[in-house]
Design a binder for this molecule. Structure first.
Ligand code: ADP
Ligand code: MG
Length: 462
């Protein structure tokens, strides 16, 4: 790519002002109502405008999270009407304490008390966890179908109780329900831990009445990680009453847990029986197909977010999906790690590269020693190890020696001086030279490149 075309590429990021922000705010006021507008939107500033995204300024982290979870889609839609190429909003927090205060007290829902603010703060749905990007597989099909059913027939199955191990998609699924139902309902989404935190705070501040009112006015109540209430008597008591009053007025209740209701030890029997009184479904560990599909989706997501292909071939995707990681959070972690590395190098990653990248992710991975690298390399070239390490400079000895140094740098965490010492007390500058030389040769010399790959495979495979 020459300089000119590079320029054109980066042009995607140049500012080009088309948007008339005041007009957009005016439209949002019309479509979303004065109350939402004055409470949340009025003070948003347009800070920067690029071809594909805009940067909006908000007063606090709290505002950002609240706006992101509730209104970001609508704001984006409105912006798109004026400039179609925009596909993303970024928020920048512009701290200004005095202004914040004014805005809080300006809230049209009047005297928003401390407790309400802080509850709102934790009562947020994540726009990124929705039904559209929830990938279906054998292990989560039933839970997914139940979740969908709740959305079409609220309060028919009450409560919906979803359980399963960590990282399997419980939060994602119940958040999706929340998003879908929030169009027409007053949805509360809170983790059991936050529920307790609010509960204790309210007791301390003598605001239990407010606490009760606040939670009980929800018509969809979603509580994540209910196992947290185990062994906490006071909290169970309060939860039981909240549950009952919501249930009595037919509010839909959705609960997630790391275990089945009857396995919740140190939880009152009456609560357990309440929890299992509706629809109980589990999410199991993902199989190969599901993991594969999730990886494919993550690649698509990556492409559309970064406008860049993460350069993973089928063998690599297959390798990640076959990997022993049994939960989806880990799978995504592994994927991100590999993509991060693939972006740094220019060539396509091989499975061996991935093994190296994931070296410390593998619990039972064997330690690769410099001795091992030296042995494998000298064997590969049918050399005597002492010869390979000797001070002789003839190429048939020097190249394998350099390759071994190169691999020692790439495959171990040893420092350059340490590596030098292991190569018959050579200086670290010799190691640097070797690494540079082999790096270059791997690009220009097909035979060397192949040899290096083969040696690497042997080292990694046994
Ligand atoms: P849990 O609450 O069960 O511990 P999460 O819902 O937090 O798990 O899921 C962990 C990660 O895996 C999240 O990033 C989530 O988006 C993702 N994830 C889980 N299941 C799926 C799925 N079926 N499709 C897409 N992403 C998923
Ligand atoms: Mg969770």
């Amino acid at each position: 790519m020459d300089k000119k075309s590079l320029k054109i590429e980066t042009n995607i990021l140049t500012e080009e002002k088309i948007l008339h922000w005041e007009k957009i705010l005016e439209k949002l006021k019309e479509s979303m109502g004065l109350q939402i507008y004055t409470s949340w939107l009025k003070n948003i500033k347009l800070l920067k405008e690029y071809n594909h995204f805009v940067v909006l300024g908000v007063q606090t982290r709290f505002f950002r999270d609240w706006i992101t979870s509730r209104y970001a889609d609508k704001i984006l839609d409105e912006i798109k009407k004026h400039k179609l190429s925009i596909n993303r909003i970024e928020f920048k927090i512009q701290e200004d304490k005095s202004e914040n205060k004014a805005i809080y007290s300006n809230n049209t829902e009047s005297n928003v008390s401390d407790i309400k603010d802080s509850i709102l703060n934790y009562n947020r749905l994540n726009q990124n966890l929705n039904f559209d990007n929830f990938v279906l597989g054998e292990s989560n099909k039933l839970a997914y179908m139940s979740a969908k059913k709740i959305c079409t027939h609220p309060s028919r199955y009450n409560p919906l109780f979803i359980y399963g191990g960590v990282g399997l998609g419980k939060t994602h699924l119940i958040n999706s329900i929340g998003l879908e139902l929030s169009q027409k309902n007053n949805v509360m989404f809170i983790s059991a831990e936050r529920f307790m935190y609010q509960f204790i705070k309210s007791i301390k501040k003598n605001e239990m009445v407010k606490f009760k009112d606040f939670f009980r006015k929800a018509n969809v109540f979603i509580i994540d990680d209910i196992q947290f209430i185990r062994g906490k008597e006071g909290l169970q008591e309060e939860f039981f009453h909240t549950f009952n009053s919501l249930f009595d007025k037919s509010s839909q209740i959705i609960i997630s847990s790391d275990r089945a209701p009857n396995k919740l030890d140190r939880v009152q029997e009456r609560i357990k029986s309440r929890l299992s009184g509706g629809l109980v479904v589990d999410i199991g560990t993902p199989d190969y197909e599901l993991k594969y599909k999730i990886l494919k989706m993550k690649i698509k997501e990556f492409e559309s977010t970064f406008k860049e292909y993460p350069n993973l071939n089928e063998t690599v995707i297959d390798f990640i999906a076959k990997d022993q990681n049994s939960n989806i959070r880990e799978l995504i972690g592994v994927f991100n790690r590999i993509v991060a590395f693939s972006k740094m190098g220019k060539k396509q990653l091989s499975v061996d590269d991935c093994k190296i990248i994931l070296k410390d992710v593998y619990k039972n991975s064997k330690v690769i020693t410099i001795e091992k690298i030296q042995n494998v390399t000298s064997n590969f070239y049918s050399l005597n190890l002492q010869e390979m390490l000797s001070q002789r400079r003839s190429r048939p000895l020097a190249r394998p020696r350099q390759i071994a140094m190169f691999l020692a740098k790439k495959l171990t965490t040893r420092s350059l001086p340490e590596i030098g010492r292991k190569f018959a007390n050579r200086d670290h500058t010799t190691v640097i030279h070797a690494v540079k030389t082999i790096d270059k040769l791997c690009i220009n010399n097909e035979e060397i490149r192949k040899n290096v790959e083969d040696i690497k495979s042997i080292i990694l495979s046994d």
